[in-house]
Design a protein around this ligand. Structure first.
Ligand SMILES: Nc1ncnc2c1ncn2[C@@H]1O[C@H](COP(=O)(O)OP(=O)(O)O)[C@@H](O)[C@H]1O
Ligand SMILES: C[C@@](O)(CCOP(=O)(O)OP(=O)(O)O)CC(=O)O
Length: 508
């Protein structure tokens, strides 16, 4: 195929720790506002991991798990990397998607209580609002000795615990006693998805045989849940394959990857929500997955929604830091899943896939400007695929550029990095001209022109057509950096104060 074959990038070993001592926390944007690790305050920032609460009364099974995953910037290699085996360089940034899974069995606040509530047993309720247990504040941890008659749908086992058997759920409910049906508890759906998109939306899902189906009138998954639902479905298949009991849960996803009006920045929100969802559900089900497993699961989910996606954003959201990435053959991967299941796809080779951590170049200032207009990556990639013309030369030149860039990044050679960013921009301009894609919008032109005027190298980051652009220059060029900010603001480009999200050793 193209030039990438001559110079394969070594694949990151699944469990290999990343090089220690690297200064991955160094701000490269220079504007530190809002930067720094978010979430999980008691542990280092990490892609895919977060806080959790365990309850020893349930043998350590997780009742609530929170994981987050960072957004990304494409540094070089866009469009070429869509072709399997071709290369890109990306970096993870400190904007995040956060996913929290809560066992629904104890999510008492989710029970509707429009029915009147007799004070039966020790279950108290407030008509019209919510229903809560007043025993130990947790419906799933009632001491049997304090017990309560078996009213409503509550059963008890002396000496152990008392649990609600809402809707006959078996994983944690005692089923050895009959449950009188007084009907005061309205069961939760098996899985409830919540998102902060569009001011807050939710989607109930149920299991039908071995698949998950959304409870929508037409059975379609709303666009807001496309990636989360795909990730939940893949994890549910893996759970089934591993013989792990299904649990009822609520999954809540939110991000800071859009502005206050909900317009995305183009920092990879879809990948971040997918990776965060995979990480949270893996912990919830105690699946013991490596970072490579989580990347693969997130990728399997992603290609059910966007089959052409290279997955560079998925890799950045999984590993963090700077990465050289070669995309896998998604067609082959989809066949592997169809033939052997999700577990088989975790074990099989993924031809074309390569993930290599790169150091954060210490002397580099990386600036990010937002054009203010969201772009549709699938539309642009679709147009690029349909556009006539042989892409072999473009792909080969892009791979050469990315190879030289990775060498420069490894060496911390900022002038060489600048030269390759210029090269990557010229390649994108050429592609845009030939295929008439609309990669370079007037704002992206202005973003690059402002950078050139102060001696920085700049390019669109990602598919173009809006979203973000990046500029790079020596971090000692403080006057140029200040002027760049002014020029961007004057041109209607919003500087985004981002830092690199570092790679955590545990995630390597
Ligand atoms: N907060 C969120 N909750 C749930 N899903 C989200 C959220 N943010 C983004 N997504 C998913 O990602 C999709 C947007 O993907 P895309 O247009 O590719 O944006 P990006 O360039 O940021 O990845 C949304 O339609 C939705 O399916
Ligand atoms: C064209 C591409 O190579 C880069 C697109 O990068 P974006 O940053 O535009 O992606 P989204 O986060 O999904 O908007 C397509 C790809 O690699 O899948």
């Amino acid at each position: 195929m193209s030039g990438h074959e001559a110079r394969p990038v070594p694949v990151l070993a699944h469990d290999r720790p990343s090089p220690a001592g690297r200064d991955d926390r160094r701000p490269v944007g220079g504007s530190a506002e809002g930067a720094g690790p978010v979430g999980a305050p008691d542990r280092p920032a990490s892609a895919g991991h977060g806080g959790r609460q365990e309850d020893p009364a349930f043998g350590g099974s997780r009742q609530s798990v929170t994981c987050r995953a960072p957004g990304k910037l494409f540094i070089a290699g866009e469009y070429a990397v869509v072709e399997p085996g071709n290369l890109a360089v990306l970096t993870a940034v400190d904007r995040y998607a956060t996913a929290t899974v809560t066992a629904a069995d104890i999510d008492a606040t989710s029970h509707r209580a429009e029915e009147a509530a007799p004070a039966t047993g020790r279950v108290a309720r407030t008509p019209g609002i919510i229903q809560r247990s007043d025993i130990d504040s947790t419906a799933s941890r009632h001491r049997a000795e304090e017990l309560a008659p078996a009213t409503g749908r509550v059963t008890s086992t002396p000496g152990t615990t008392l649990r609600s058997d809402i809707d006959g759920t078996v994983s944690w409910h005692r089923t050895d006693e009959p449950a009188p049906t007084t009907g005061h508890v309205i069961p939760l759906p098996e899985i409830t998805l919540r998102s902060d998109l569009d001011g807050g939306v939710s989607l109930a899902c149920r299991r039908e045989g071995d698949r998950l189906v959304p409870a929508t009138p037409d059975g379609a998954v709303p666009a807001a849940f496309a990636y989360v639902f795909a990730a939940v479905s893949i994890l549910d298949r893996l759970r089934t394959e591993r013989g792990i009991t299904a649990r009822r849960y609520v999954l809540a996803v939110s991000t800071d990857l859009s502005d206050v009006d909900g317009r995305k920045y183009g920092l990879g929100s879809s990948a971040a929500v997918t990776v965060a969802t995979v990480a949270a559900l893996a912990r919830f089900h105690e699946l013991e997955l490596s970072a490579m497993d989580r990347y693969r699961l997130a990728m399997l989910a992603t290609i059910t929604v966007a089959p052409r996606a290279s997955g560079g954003d998925v890799a950045a959201a999984t590993w963090g830091g700077w990465l050289a990435y070669g995309s896998p053959d998604r067609g082959l991967v989809a066949e592997t899943v169809a033939r052997g299941g999700v577990g088989a796809a975790l074990r099989a080779p993924w031809p074309g896939l390569s993930v290599r951590p790169l150091p954060t170049p210490p002397g580099l200032a990386l600036r990010v400007g937002w054009t203010g207009s969201p772009a549709s990556t699938p539309a642009l990639v679709g147009a690029a695929t349909r556009a006539r013309g042989d892409r072999t030369v473009f792909n080969a030149r892009s791979n050469d550029c990315v190879q030289r860039l990775t060498t420069a990044v490894d060496a911390g050679d900022v002038p060489a990095i600048r030269a390759e960013i210029d090269c990557a921009r010229e390649l994108l301009l050429g592609l845009d001209e030939t295929a008439q894609l609309g990669i370079m919008t007037p704002r992206l032109h202005a973003l690059c022109a402002a950078a050139a005027a102060v001696g920085a190298a700049a390019k669109p980051s990602g598919a173009g057509g809006g979203d973000c652009g990046i500029a790079v220059i020596e971090n000692t060029s403080t006057a140029a950096l200040a002027e760049l900010t002014d020029r961007w603001v004057a041109a209607g480009i919003r500087p985004l104060p981002l830092r690199i999200h570092p790679r955590a050793e545990e995630d390597s």
